[in-house]
Design a protein around this ligand. Structure first.
Ligand SMILES: [Zn+2]
Ligand SMILES: [Zn+2]
Length: 363
């Protein structure tokens, strides 16, 4: 009798635990979630995610990179430091692998002191430019205390180079400018077929100096849509499909200027603005992309994007192989056997080519 009671109690206990686990995994206990102070670590492991954080009149872009790495470009005004850190923590990150401070204006670096003091910073990129503000002084002090390497941001500096991922600095190209904005580190990130350009506050003087390829799909418009930036020829050269403007509602400068918004629109770009859309998040696996904002998802047509309509294949005319542009074999092709083609795979096969077994190119 005593034994039966024991068995009954054990079974009851098992039932209670099982029901508990079921409810927990089904999310029943999350009905009224308390905000946790420690971040739930869920950094992404593949693809990239670019977050244009709404920091009012200022810039801050957080980029999730493959293998749980991340990058931050600017941190808004001082008052937005906690917003930026909170945003990053919530995504599960407590350190920044690559920190870019585009230029020493407070709407870009004001929040940096808080960012540097709150997170582990692995490496800093900033242009050779100074400012006499307290915010700049505090930031420099914070970087010194962090003790991480600091690299001068200028044209030609490569930040990352991997099979599918390339991050380069395209500007500044000179060492002396009248406007502090022209010292802005201009960053280009290419992931698979998608290219992102981040202009900081670079003005037309800097735009005209850039010799590197500025073509891109997504551009963070220079200087909050001011007429000092986005020169006509530059806008055309980017061919951007989406122009993102980081700007504060009712700001004192009248940013963005209507003329500049129209210029991007007339060039075929869809405008996204942090003052109207809130946070803007663009994610891509290298082929397809997705855009969401605080106001909801943005409908995108992936079929009209680069990968589908303007496939550019790399050919090895020696081995008669077709490669995707990001295939690791591409750099091994002898220059005398290197060719590019926009023909369809079927047409190329007709011409005697076969597809690479590694990158498996397909229309
Ligand atoms: Zn500026
Ligand atoms: Zn600015």
């Amino acid at each position: 009798m005593k034994n039966q009671k024991k068995i009954f109690l054990v079974l009851l206990l098992i039932c209670v635990v099982a029901v508990g686990i079921f409810l927990y995994t089904e999310g029943w206990f999350d009905a009224n979630p308390e905000p946790t102070t420690t971040p739930v670590p869920n950094p992404i492991t593949s693809g990239i995610k670019v977050h244009y954080i709404d920091v009012g009149q200022g810039d801050s872009i957080f980029i999730e990179l493959p293998d749980s790495r991340c990058m931050l470009i600017d941190a808004g005004e001082k008052e937005y430091g906690p917003t930026v850190v909170g945003y990053i923590n919530k995504l599960g990150y407590s350190s920044i692998d690559i920190l870019v401070i585009t230029h020493p204006h407070t709407d870009h670096m004001g929040g940096m002191q808080h960012v540097i003091e709150s997170l582990v910073i692995k490496k800093v990129y900033m242009p050779n430019a100074t400012n006499s503000t307290k915010a700049f002084e505090n930031m420099v002090k914070a970087i010194q205390e962090e003790g991480c390497p600091v690299v001068v941001a200028k044209a030609g500096v490569n930040i990352l180079k991997e099979t599918n991922l390339l991050i380069d600095i395209l500007a500044p190209n000179s060492t002396d400018y009248e406007s502090l904005n022209d010292y802005s580190a201009v960053v280009k990130l290419t992931y698979g077929q998608h290219r992102f350009l981040f202009m900081g506050d670079a003005e037309t003087t800097s735009e005209k100096e850039i010799t590197a390829d500025v073509s891109c799909d997504f551009i963070k418009v220079g200087h909050h849509g001011s007429t000092t930036s986005s020169g006509s020829s530059f806008v055309k050269a980017t061919g951007a499909k989406y122009a993102i403007i980081q700007v504060g509602t009712g700001n004192d400068y009248g940013h963005p200027k209507e003329k500049i918004v129209e210029r991007w629109e007339n060039a075929g770009a869809t405008i996204l603005r942090t003052d109207l859309d809130g946070n803007i998040v663009i994610s891509t696996d290298g082929t397809n992309f997705h855009i969401s904002t605080s106001k909801g998802d943005v409908t995108v047509d992936n079929t009209q994007d680069v990968g589908q309509t303007t496939n550019k294949w790399i050919l090895n005319t020696g081995s008669k192989k077709i490669h995707c542009s990001d295939c690791s074999s591409v750099e091994k092709i002898d220059p005398s056997n290197y060719a590019e083609s926009t023909d369809s795979i079927a047409e190329l096969i007709n011409q005697g080519y076969t597809t690479c077994g590694t990158c498996k190119p397909a229309d």
